[in-house]
Design a protein around this ligand. Structure first.
Ligand SMILES: *Cc1c(COP(=O)(O)O)cnc(C)c1O
Length: 405
C-alpha cells in the first residue's frame, strides 16, 4: 500500500470548483452563458443528464411508432435505466475492440425499422467520430442522440460541438462532470421541429418540485464547500475506502443507481450559480487541456499502457485519462496499489451493462465481448489541476513498476 503523506484527496475527474462569488448576484440565463460551448443559446435545462435522456426519448416516442433504442454495451448504467423508464426496448450494441465507441458492424446488424434512436457516448470528454453511426441510423430512419454527458466543451474534428453532430445532444451537470449544478442536465438540437417537441415534452415531464429543488440546493452548497482536496477526503475518499473494504467496487465508483429517476425542473438559483461559474470554464478547460497534452505523452510512453485519444483534429475536454492495460490482471494490480492512494486513480463504469447484477431485470440477453473486455482492462487517472507535477510523477513511477512487474 502506498504511504500517505498528507490529508489531500485528488478527485477522480477535473470538476470546475465553485467560488463564493458564484452563489449570488446577476447572471445570464444558463443556456445563454453556455452558448459558446453548445453552438446554440437554445438549450433546454433539465434536473439531470438522465432526465434529459428521458425527455429526448419520450419526445421521439411521441412522434414515432418505433420502440427500440440502441445503446453501447459499455456506458453509464443510467442510460439503460432511462430507456427502461420510458418503457422502450433496450438493444445493446458491442463496442470496437479496446474502445467504448459503438462498433459500426454490430450497429448495422442491430439497426432496423423498429429502431427509434441510437445513443453513442463521448466518454471522458473524448468525442468519437459519428459519421458512420449517423449514416447507419439515418439509413433506417432512426435518430441519433449524442450522449455528451462527459463532454461539455468538446469539439468534433469539423469544429461542431460534441452533442450537436447528431439529432439531439445531452449533457450532464452532475457533481464532478465539469460544470455542475450538483445534479443537472442540458438538451440541444439543431432541428427546429424537434426542439418544439422536446420543449413540449419537458414541460410535461419536468414539473416544479420544491422539495427536490431545496435538497439539490443544499447539496450544491455542500459541493461548493467540499469540492477541494481536503473536503474531498471526507466527501469522496472515506466512502470510497469503505466500499472497497466491503469488496463492493460498484458502490466505490457510485455505479449503483436507484431505478426511480427524479424528474423536476432545474431551479433558477442553481442555474445562476452555474452560469456565473461558466465564465471560468474556458480558462479552466484551456488549463486542463494543456496539462493533458503534456501528460498524455508521458503516460503513452509507459510500456503496456494505452491512452484513449481523440480522433485527429477533434478537441477533447480531458476531465481524466481513460487508460487501457494489455490484460485484466495488470489493471487489477494497478488498482490494488493506487485506487485508495488519494491520487485520482479510479475506474469509470465497473462493468459492461450485461454484467450489472442490478440491471438484469431491464436488460435483454446480449453477448458483447468487446465491451466486457474494455471494462476489465481499463481504468482512469484524473486530470484535475490539483494533481500537481510531483503527485503525477508519483503515479507514473507506480504505474511503471506495476506494468513491468
Ligand atoms: C453521468 C452520465 C449520464 C447521466 O447523467 P446524470 O446527470 O448523472 O444523470 C449519462 N451518460 C453518461 C455517459 C454519463 O457519464
Amino acid at each position: 500500500m502506498p504511504h500517505r503523506t498528507d490529508r489531500r484527496e485528488i478527485p477522480p475527474t477535473a470538476g470546475l470548483p465553485l467560488q463564493f462569488g458564484d452563489l449570488y448576484g446577476r447572471a445570464d440565463p444558463l443556456p445563454h452563458a453556455l452558448a459558446p460551448f453548445l453552438g446554440t443559446a437554445d438549450a433546454l435545462t433539465t434536473c439531470s443528464g438522465t432526465a434529459a435522456l428521458v425527455v429526448a426519448l419520450r419526445a421521439l416516442a411521441s412522434i414515432s411508432e418505433r420502440r427500440e433504442v440502441i445503446v453501447p454495451a459499455y456506458t453509464c448504467p443510467l442510460v439503460a435505466i432511462a430507456v427502461a423508464h420510458c418503457h422502450l426496448q433496450l438493444v445493446l450494441c458491442d463496442t470496437l475492440p479496446g474502445h467504448f465507441a459503438l462498433d459500426p458492424e454490430s450497429l448495422q446488424r442491430l439497426a432496423g425499422p423498429e429502431t427509434l434512436a441510437v445513443v453513442p457516448a463521448h466518454l471522458g470528454g473524448c468525442p468519437v467520430d459519428l459519421g458512420e453511426v449517423c449514416a447507419i441510423a439515418h439509413a433506417v430512419g432512426a435518430r441519433v442522440i449524442e450522449d455528451a454527458a462527459q463532454a461539455l466543451g468538446a469539439r468534433h474534428a469539423d469544429g461542431t460541438p460534441a452533442g450537436m453532430a447528431g439529432d439531439i445532444g445531452l449533457y450532464s451537470l452532475a457533481a464532478g462532470k465539469g460544470l455542475s449544478t450538483y445534479e443537472g442536465g442540458l438538451l440541444v438540437t439543431r432541428d427546429a421541429n424537434l426542439r418544439d417537441v422536446l420543449h413540449a415534452n419537458a414541460r410535461d415531464t419536468l414539473p416544479q418540485r420544491f422539495g427536490w429543488e431545496f435538497r439539490r440546493s443544499i447539496e450544491l452548497l455542500g459541493y461548493g464547500l467540499l469540492y477541494r482536496p481536503r473536503g474531498l477526503r471526507l466527501a469522496y475518499g472515506a466512502p470510497l475506502r469503505r466500499a472497497l473494504r466491503r469488496g463492493d467496487p460498484v458502490d466505490a465508483v457510485g455505479d449503483r443507481f436507484p431505478m426511480e429517476i427524479p424528474l423536476h425542473r432545474l431551479g433558477r438559483w442553481r442555474q445562476r450559480v452555474a452560469a456565473r461559474a461558466a465564465k471560468r470554464l474556458p480558462a479552466f478547460l484551456h488549463r486542463t487541456r494543456t496539462q493533458a497534452m503534456q501528460r498524455r505523452a508521458r503516460l503513452g510512453a509507459l510500456p503496456g499502457l494505452r491512452v484513449l485519444d481523440t480522433p485527429p483534429g477533434a478537441q477533447g475536454t480531458w476531465p481524466f485519462f481513460l487508460l487501457l492495460c494489455d490484460d485484466a490482471a495488470t489493471r487489477d494490480t494497478i488498482m490494488a496499489a493506487l485506487w485508495t492512494s488519494g491520487l485520482g486513480v479510479s475506474r469509470l463504469f465497473i462493468h459492461a451493462l450485461p454484467d450489472y447484477a442490478d440491471l438484469t431485470t431491464i436488460l435483454p440477453a446480449a453477448t458483447t465481448p468487446h465491451a466486457r473486455d474494455f471494462a476489465a482492462r481499463s481504468f482512469t487517472l484524473t486530470n484535475s489541476p490539483w494533481l500537481d507535477d510531483a503527485r503525477f510523477e508519483r503515479v507514473v513511477r507506480q504505474l511503471r513498476a506495476k506494468l513491468s512487474g
